[in-house]
Ligand binder design. Structure first.
Ligand code: KIV
Ligand code: ZN
Length: 532
C-alpha cells in the first residue's frame, strides 16, 4: 500500500443527504454515484440501509450497478452505514453485498456526553458492544470500518482502548469523527497523531478523518489529520451534510494538489470532474452553491478588482493559484455560435466530458441551435446548463407545453400554462399571482394539484450579459402523504420558462409517489371539459 496515498471516502449520499432538505430519490443517487466513480473516489458511502426501504434500495442498486462497473479508473468500494447492532449490520450487508468490493461501516458513540444521555451505557458496555459488533460485521465482510462517534469530545485514553478492541475484532479502517465540529485543527491533528501512537495495532489499519463544519473548520481539520498520518478522509461534494455540513471534497483535494510540498500525498481523484460533480449534486439536491464557495463557487475564478485584472493580464500567476481547467472549467478557444455544426458541438461536449448517444446528441443540438439563435456565443457554461436541463431531470409525468405571462404595472400578473399530463393529454389553465413566477406556479398548481409549500426559489445567470441563460432551482415541501423536501432545476433564456421547468421537476418527483392519484385527477379534469 502506498503510504502517501490518501483514500477519498465520499459520503455525499449518506451524511450529505442528511443535509436539511437534501432528499434524493433512487435514480438521482445512482446518477450521482456513477459520477463519483468517474471522479475517482475510492469509497462511496451509498447510504444507511436500516433508515428506510428507499435507502436500502438505493444502496443495493449502487452496489450492483456502480460497484461492479468501471465508470472511472477503478471500481470503487461501496460502503453502507450501520449502528453497532445486529439488525443494522444485517441490513447494511444485505444491501452492499452485491458490490465487487463491499464495506460495512459500523459506529457507536464514545464521548461521555453520548454514553450518559443518549446510549445510557457504561464504558465497559461500549467496549463489549464494539468487540461483538465488529466481529459480527467481519463474519459477513472482510472490509469493516469502525467509527467512534463524537471522538472529538471523547476521552483519548478510552478512545485508544475502544479502537484497539475494534482492530482485534477485525476492523480494517478506523474512522475518527469530529461529529459536532468542535475541535481546532491543531487539536484534531494531535488526536490523530496520538491515536496512531497509542493504539495497539494502529499501524496495521487505515486511520480516517471525518470532520463536520460547525465552526467552519472541517477542511482545516481534515488537512491537519492528513499531516498527522490519516490516509483516508471522509468528505462530501460541495461540503453538504448535517447542520453546517461536512469537509468539502473539492477543497480537501485541491489543497493537497495545490500544496504538494506541504502534504506530500496523492489522491486518485480526476480533478477535471470536480465542476461537473458539484453541479450535478447541486442540481439534484436543490442546494445551490454559494457564489464565493472555494473551488466550485461561481466567483471562485472571477477577478473583479481592477488591480487584480491588471495583474492577471500581465501574468496569471499574480492572482491565480489554481487553473479553472484543473477542475473541469475548460477555457476553450473554440467559439460555438449559430453557424457551428453538430460535429463541432459533439467535439466540444466530449472535451467537457460528455459522450452522448446519437439520439441524445440530436436533442442537445436542437436546444443548442435554439440558444444560438438568441445568443451570439454559446459558452461551456451554457452547454453544461443545457445538458443538466435536458438529462438530469426526473421522468416527466407532467411536461410543460406552453406558457404565456403578462405582467408589469399597472396590471395583474397573469400566467396561462399548458401542461401535458400522464395520459399524454393537454390541460390549459390561467392564474393570477403577486408576480409572474407566483402566477405561473399557481397555474401549475391548479393542474397538478399536489399540495406543497415552496421553501426556496433561486435564479442565477449562467453567464454574463443580457442574453444569458437563466438557471432556476427550487425546493418545496410536500404535504401528503408525509412531508418530504424535493428539489428541482431548469434552464432557459426566459427565466419564467426556467422557473416553470424547475417547479415542474420538483412536482414530478412529488407526484411520482402518487402517480395513480394524479392520473385519476386528470381524468376528472377532462370529464369536466377543461382539457386543451
Ligand atoms: O459524524 C459522525 O459521527 C458520523 C458517523 C456516523 C461516522 O457521521
Ligand atoms: Zn458525520
Amino acid at each position: 500500500m502506498n503510504d502517501n496515498y490518501v483514500r477519498i471516502f465520499d459520503t455525499t449520499l449518506r451524511d450529505g443527504e442528511q443535509a436539511p432538505g437534501a432528499s434524493l430519490d433512487v435514480a438521482e443517487k445512482l446518477e450521482i454515484a456513477r459520477q463519483l466513480a468517474r471522479l475517482g473516489v475510492d469509497v462511496i458511502e451509498a447510504g444507511f440501509p436500516i433508515a428506510s426501504p428507499g435507502d436500502a434500495e438505493a444502496v443495493r442498486r449502487i452496489a450492483t450497478e456502480v460497484g461492479n462497473s468501471r465508470e472511472g479508473k477503478r471500481v470503487p468500494i461501496i460502503a453502507a452505514l450501520a449502528r453497532a447492532n445486529p439488525r443494522d449490520i444485517d441490513a447494511a450487508w444485505e444491501a452492499v453485498r452485491y458490490a465487487a468490493k463491499p464495506r460495512i461501516h459500523t459506529f457507536i458513540a464514545t464521548s461521555d456526553i453520548h454514553l450518559e444521555h443518549k446510549l445510557k451505557m457504561t464504558r465497559a458496555q461500549v467496549i463489549e458492544r464494539v468487540r461483538e459488533m465488529v466481529a459480527y460485521a467481519k463474519r459477513y465482510c472482510d472490509d469493516v470500518e469502525f467509527s467512534p462517534e463524537d471522538a472529538g469530545r471523547s476521552d483519548p485514553e478510552f478512545l485508544y482502548e475502544v479502537l484497539a478492541v475494534a482492530i482485534q475484532s477485525g476492523a480494517t479502517t478506523l474512522n475518527i469523527p469530529d461529529t459536532v465540529g468542535y475541535t481546532m485543527p491543531d487539536e484534531f491533528g494531535a488526536l490523530i497523531a496520538n491515536i496512531i501512537k497509542h493504539t495497539p495495532g494502529a499501524d496495521r489499519v487505515i486511520i480516517s478523518a471525518h470532520c463536520h463544519n460547525d465552526l467552519g473548520l472541517a477542511t482545516a481539520n481534515t488537512l491537519a489529520a492528513i499531516r498527522a498520518g490519516a490516509r483516508q478522509v471522509e468528505v462530501t461534494v460541495n461540503g453538504i451534510g448535517e447542520r453546517a455540513g461536512n469537509a468539502s471534497l473539492e477543497e480537501v483535494v485541491m489543497a493537497l494538489r495545490t500544496r504538494p510540498n506541504v502534504f506530500g500525498v496523492t489522491t486518485g481523484i480526476d480533478t477535471t470532474q470536480i465542476a461537473r460533480t458539484s453541479r450535478l449534486v447541486s442540481n439534484y439536491t436543490g442546494i445551490p452553491v454559494q457564489p464565493n464557495k472555494a473551488i466550485v463557487g461561481a466567483n471562485a475564478f472571477a477577478h473583479e478588482a481592477g488591480i487584480h485584472q491588471d495583474g492577471m493580464l500581465k501574468h496569471r500567476l499574480t492572482y491565480e493559484i489554481m487553473r479553472p481547467e484543473t477542475i473541469g472549467l475548460a477555457q476553450s478557444n473554440l467559439v460555438l455560435g449559430k453557424h457551428s455544426g453538430r460535429h463541432a458541438l459533439q467535439a466540444r461536449l466530449v472535451e467537457l466530458g460528455y459522450r452522448l448517444s446519437e439520439a441524445d446528441l440530436d436533442q442537445v443540438f436542437r436546444r443548442f441551435k435554439e440558444l444560438a439563435d438568441k445568443k451570439k456565443v454559446v459558452t461551456d457554461a451554457d452547454l453544461i446548463a443545457l445538458i443538466s436541463d435536458e438529462f438530469y431531470q426526473p421522468p416527466e409525468i407532467f411536461a410543460l407545453e406552453d406558457i404565456q405571462v403578462t405582467c408589469g404595472r399597472p396590471g395583474m400578473p397573469t400566467a396561462t400554462v399548458r401542461l401535458r399530463g400522464p395520459d399524454g393529454q393537454s390541460v390549459v389553465t390561467a392564474a393570477i399571482g403577486t408576480g409572474p413566477v407566483d402566477a405561473t406556479y399557481k397555474a401549475i398548481d391548479a393542474i397538478v394539484r399536489a399540495p406543497n409549500t415552496l421553501l426556496e426559489y433561486n435564479v442565477h445567470a449562467v453567464t454574463e450579459g443580457i442574453d444569458a441563460l437563466g438557471e432556476v432551482t427550487v425546493r418545496l415541501q410536500s404535504h401528503e402523504p408525509e412531508p418530504r423536501i424535493l428539489g428541482g432545476h431548469g434552464a432557459d433564456t426566459d427565466i419564467i420558462v426556467a422557473s416553470a421547468k424547475a417547479y415542474l421537476a420538483a412536482l414530478n418527483k412529488l407526484v411520482a409517489g402518487q402517480r395513480d392519484a394524479s392520473a385519476l385527477y386528470l381524468k376528472q379534469v377532462f370529464a369536466n371539459g377543461q382539457g386543451g
